[in-house]
Design a protein around this ligand. Structure first.
Ligand code: F6R
Length: 615
């Protein structure tokens, strides 16, 4: 949420910042702005709306400076106005800041600053922060070469809340200061240039060498070097990581939207998630980074999965998979609820966080709460070097590649697949036989190919989508492990097409939601070949009797009665436990094509941003 890019080096900062912002736009698109250190001082340009608006605005000015900060905003404090857009400049014009996060004690600081002659042009907490930096700067008596850094450091000691910041000062044409607490910030190390960014995608075109800052670390960057220390002045030995993405992975290529690209990437992303993770004898899964011995795994009596949104749906599928194959009880909680619920947990509970970005603040807080209580914590995340990845005791990287579309797609199927592999691994440590293990591992290896075959239905699904794009309500229904997919289908549809949609267990329909059924509210039924297939067919008949239109997603071997549904999408047969992955593809495509048909901005749905780093 909110994206920051900072640059200092030999090139003109403007184009580099704009390119970075464009790549970070999925973190927020309410407004964008930049502040560049020019010969005559700080030039600040801001504009509401997407980065392209800022781009046009900057064409009107001369931007030649080689040091600058920029920001793309997802509004928290204050409406979407130019005044509230970042960067914010201190009222004396000395400093500019780009800030991601929330300063909780901003009101008391603001009162203090008003009493000291500072004035405010915006409603934001960030403007309070930049003025407090100026206040400390004026009082600072240390050596000139430290004065800027020290004033930022001292300011942060008075701040409650979260921040990832990049700050520039009129008096320091060669230096930028950054810091983080709770909101991500990385340092990019280029050739005679350094960058700050909220995530790797912003700077991947310039460097693959990055340092992931930790909470309470402050960094100073110049064209020649960078130094990191903690807020308490302890020096930090930076660890430089190499990002293994290719630049093309974060570009659209032939696709119209990132969501479309990422849906179609799933055969590859699933293959990558599995790569190198099966045992030599083919009967179980292997994970490098779990940091848990077989004996410790055997001691686990219960697993608690936590996540938000789509990741929470993946947690629900993990429950079915792990309970089925490993017979270990699993509980699933919304991370945002768990962190404040003070839930009683058995002592042998293992905590599993699931998060695509690895930065979702609620999931991170839930993980920290579990750790604080002394529980062993693991994570499934796509965010290499992310805060959740670093703070969990161990975990599994998804290797699904960058997910840029705001609606999560390929990360979701990868999370289900990896949960299935955890179920296999844990099952084999318990009662699952060698033969059953081999059979399930074989089924897992077939998934990418089956997903590719499912994607071949896209033209048919597009056609169906065209006929359903005019509705304003829709139900998604499925039983057992298809219930989380029904929830996911409803979430995808509502978030990108703004159609009201609900996901329900199909048999629950009669306990209330059936009242919604009419010719104005179609239903999407997920009806794979399974134990409850005939029950689902009865549920569909109940809807048809009430004039509701029905789209059925079914599997090849199920032999769904052709005349019962208005539209049928058939996916290949797969191992029953893995069918949720295949059934996800049609609901993703259906939502995508409906949103396109309605003219919605698929990759930038209203009010949303990827990576929710504020509460
Ligand atoms: C929905 C979506 C969100 C995220 C949620 C958690 O399409 O993308 O619901 O799943 O914000 O994000 P991560 O997985 O990054 O923790």
């Amino acid at each position: 949420m909110c994206g920051i890019v900072g640059y200092v080096g030999k090139q003109k900062a403007g184009p580099i910042l704009l390119d970075g912002l464009k790549r970070l736009e999925y973190r927020g698109y309410d407004s964008a702005g930049l502040a560049i250190h020019q010969r005559k001082g700080l030039t600040c340009v801001k504009k509401t709306g997407p980065v392209i608006n800022l781009f046009k605005e900057t064409e009107k000015c001369e931007l030649s400076g080689k040091l600058g900060i920029s920001h793309t905003r997802w509004a928290t404090h204050g409406g979407v106005t130019t005044e509230n857009a970042h960067p914010h400049v201190s009222s004396d014009g000395l400093f500019a800041i780009a800030h991601n996060g929330v300063i909780e004690n901003y009101q008391s600081i603001k009162r203090f600053l008003l009493g000291n002659g500072y004035t405010f042009a915006s409603e934001t907490d960030s403007e309070v922060l930049v003025n407090l930096i100026s206040y400390h700067y004026r009082k600072e008596t240390c050596d000139t070469d430290k004065r800027f850094f020290e004033s930022v450091r001292k300011t942060l000691m008075h701040v409650e809340g979260t921040y990832g910041i990049a700050v520039v000062c009129v008096d320091y044409p060669q230096e930028m200061v950054g810091a983080r607490l709770g909101s991500p910030l990385i340092v990019g190390i280029g050739e005679e240039e350094y960058l700050l960014a909220s995530d790797v995608s912003a700077i991947i075109s310039r460097t693959q060498n990055v340092v992931y800052l930790k909470d309470n670390e402050v960094v100073s960057i110049t064209p020649k070097n960078f130094t990191i220390s903690t807020i308490n002045r302890e020096s930090v030995d930076p660890i430089v990581d190499q990002v293994d993405w290719a630049i093309e992975e974060s570009e659209l290529g032939i696709h119209s939207h990132f969501m479309e690209k990422e849906i179609f990437e799933q055969p590859v992303s699933l293959e990558n998630s599995m790569r190198g993770r099966f045992s030599d004898d083919g009967s179980t899964a292997n994970f490098g980074g779990l940091n848990l011995s077989s004996q410790e795994w055997r001691g686990v009596d219960r697993i608690l999965f936590c996540g938000c949104g789509t990741a929470w749906h993946a947690c629900l599928t993990a429950e079915y998979l792990i309970e089925r194959f490993a017979r270990v009880p699993v509980e699933v909680e919304y991370a945002s609820e768990f962190r404040y619920r003070n839930a009683p947990l058995d002592k042998n509970t293992l905590f599993f966080a699931v998060s695509q970005s690895g930065e979702t603040i609620d999931t991170l807080a839930a993980l920290r709460e579990a750790k604080r209580k002394g529980f062993r914590t693991l994570a499934i995340t796509n965010g290499v070097g992310s805060t959740i990845a670093r703070e969990a005791d161990g975990g599994i990287y998804q290797h699904a590649g960058p997910e840029i579309g705001v609606a999560s797609t390929k990360a979701f199927t990868s999370q289900i697949l990896l949960s299935a592999m955890v179920a296999l691994y844990l099952g084999r440590l318990r009662d699952m036989s060698y033969t059953d293990g081999c059979a399930f591992a074989k089924a897992l290896k077939q998934v990418p190919e089956l997903v590719a075959r499912t994607l071949e239905q896209n033209e048919k699904i597009k056609d169906i989508a065209g006929r359903y794009a005019g509705y304003e309500d829709m139900l998604f229904l499925g039983r057992q492990s298809m219930f989380p997919i029904a929830l996911e289908g409803a979430l995808k549809l509502k978030e990108i097409s703004y159609i009201h949609a609900e996901g329900y267990p199909a048999a629950e329909m009669k306990h209330g939601p059936i009242a919604l059924i009419s010719d104005k509210c179609p239903s999407v039924f997920l009806a794979p070949k399974c134990e409850t297939f005939h029950k689902i067919v009865s549920n569909i008949q109940e809807i048809k009797a009430r004039t509701g239109k029905v789209i059925v997603v079914t599997s090849e071997g199920a032999e769904f009665p052709a005349d019962l549904a208005d539209d049928i999408i058939t996916v290949p047969d797969a191992h029953e436990a893995l069918q949720p992955i295949l059934f996800t593809i049609p609901v993703q495509l259906l939502s995508y094509y409906i949103a396109v048909e309605r003219g919605c901005n698929v990759d930038k749905p209203r009010n949303l941003a990827k990576s929710v780093t504020v509460e």
